[in-house]
Design a protein around this ligand. Structure first.
Ligand SMILES: C[S@@+](CC[C@H](N)C(=O)[O-])C[C@H]1O[C@@H](n2cnc3c(N)ncnc32)[C@H](O)[C@@H]1O
Length: 395
């Protein structure tokens, strides 16, 4: 079995032996549920649910909503779904208990780093208003979501994401959790040979793992990253400093960028749009268009569309929408990003979309890691391929 260990940095919560054992147990339990129990839902569908549906309607279900309506009544589906959700909550709890035990020390470390001689920067705003689609939801059942700010100088949300996401992806994003940023950079180079951006902006950076990946692949660029949560940004800044990566973090919404027109060469939204509302996605595209230089590139990595996927697979992938506090998940799968782009000002002829570089390739991880991850919690956490939309600002 291929095993990937998370790279230690100054604010990474360290697990005691007991905590590590609990995290490992939950990790294995999650895999067991998904590999041994969840596949039985397909059997229940084909043996019980589908024949009844056909008898009653004289046809097969046409979409995921029809399948869901009948499947949620089936006891086996209810049981496996409940197992999946419970394991997800247990996973966050196992990380959170370890963070809370060492929180004062972690906050102290992040404060000392921010007050010292830094190579990057952080700017937070008093009274910053977090958009409701972030503040009122605990995305993927992460306690407190991305906006939790529990005490003065809190870093919990960043630590939860950094450690929790490493556990639930079982290391697939790489030891530095930078796989998404590295994969996007490789994709960008393939799309636009000779690309050499001087200034890059990442919208929705959370703990800054993807931002570290962007900087690794474009070391000459000045890299900025924004998020709405203060605790994720404090953590991201301390983390990047500790890893020796110069990055500039800002508390800011992608819907209202406080940057000059035509000031960036490349902007990225890496796995962030499925955590925003539809209106926000439109606003973010408009703002990206505004602050890109003429000829600037916008790269989005997101959940792949449902279009062309059979109704059962759509239903399986939609599990997160209803059970994992991902209210925008299904909506993003249906979104026509080319429409959003053209409404924001991008020329349709400068728009493209499709599958491309995945995180496993970016971190040169073996397919064994990929196989372990394939069925873990939802549909899209495999590392082989990622889905992208890309566009260029004319000029
Ligand atoms: C799934 S995480 C992104 C993960 C990160 N890019 C990575 O790969 O490690 C989504 C992030 O988008 C942020 N976000 C949501 N709406 C935003 C907005 N309007 N402006 C900036 N960030 C936003 C959330 O707070 C959250 O931290």
């Amino acid at each position: 079995m291929t095993r990937v260990f998370q790279e230690v940095h100054a604010v990474l919560p360290q697990a005691t032996l007991d905590e590590a054992a609990r995290q490992e147990f939950i990790n294995q339990l999650g895999k067991h549920v998904l590999n041994e129990f969840t596949p039985g839902t397909r059997v229940a569908y084909e043996r019980d649910v589908l024949p009844t549906f056909k008898r009653e309607h004289g046809r097969e279900p046409t979409d995921r909503h029809e399948i869901r309506k009948v499947m949620i009544e089936h006891p086996f589906y209810r049981m496996t779904s409940s197992f999946q959700r419970t394991v997800q909550e247990m996973m966050w709890d196992s990380v959170d208990e370890s963070i809370q035990r060492q929180l004062p020390d972690l906050i102290d470390t992040s404060r000392k780093i921010a007050a010292g001689n830094t190579i990057g920067s952080i700017s937070l705003k008093d009274g910053f208003e977090i958009p409701r689609y972030v503040s009122e939801n605990d995305h993927h059942a992460m306690p407190g979501g991305y906006s939790g700010d529990l005490c003065d100088g809190d870093i919990t949300a960043g630590a939860l994401y950094d450690r929790g996401a490493f556990i639930y992806t079982q290391g697939l994003f790489g030891p530095r959790m930078d796989g998404i940023g590295k994969a996007a950079s490789i994709m960008a180079r393939r799309l636009w040979p000779g690309l050499a951006p001087k200034k890059i902006l990442e919208i929705g950076c959370t703990a800054g793992g993807s931002t570290v990946g962007l900087k690794a692949m474009f070391p000459d660029a000045e890299v900025h990253a924004i998020d709405v949560g203060a605790a994720v940004l404090r953590y991201a800044h301390a983390r990047a400093e500790s890893l020796g990566v110069p990055l500039h973090f800002h508390q800011m919404s992608g819907e209202a960028l406080e940057f000059d027109d035509a000031s960036f060469d490349m902007i990225c939204c890496l796995a962030s749009l499925h955590e925003t509302s539809l209106t926000a996605t439109h606003n973010i595209f408009k703002e990206a268009f505004r602050v890109l230089k003429p000829g600037g590139r916008f790269l989005v990595s997101e959940l792949p569309p449902y279009e062309g996927v059979d109704a059962w697979t759509q239903f399986v992938r939609d599990w997160d929408t209803y059970n994992n506090a991902e209210p925008y998940w299904g909506r993003v799968h249906e979104l026509d990003f080319s429409d959003v782009a053209t409404q924001a000002g991008f020329d349709r002829t400068h728009y493209g979309q499709g599958f491309g570089t995945g995180v496993a390739e970016a971190n040169a991880l073996t397919s064994a890691v990929e196989v372990q991850n394939k069925k873990f919690m939802g549909s899209t956490r495999g590392g082989g391929q990622a889905w992208y939309a890309w566009m260029t600002k004319a000029g």
